[in-house]
Design a protein around this ligand. Sequence first.
Ligand SMILES: [Zn+2]
Length: 119
Amino acid sequence: MTRHYEGSCHCGAIKFSYDGEEITQGLRCNCSICRRKGAMMSTEVIPLERLQIEASPEDIGLYQFDTAIAKHYFCKHCGIYTHNETLRAPGSCRVNLGCIDEIDTGDLELVVFDGKNLL
Ligand SMILES: [Zn+2]
């Protein structure tokens, strides 16, 4: 069943929405950046064309490291990390489930992703 989800950074400068699978699980990754952020991400990898971003380009920060394939996006005002384009599936992204108001990340089944050993 497809659901519609809407999310935003803390200050609201970045809003996103997408239609995707029902969120029942959250993904935590042990790579060097994810363990610092501690964010719970969508297990679904969402094609970028299915993710609507509503924000001024100058409000969106981009952080890249190592191979610079993955793209980590954050709000330049409140610092919240909203989504990232994944290393293994460029052109697709995971969203930060904490940005979706109707989701309580504490209620989700935890899936651990071994990102540390990807490369
Ligand atoms: Zn913000």
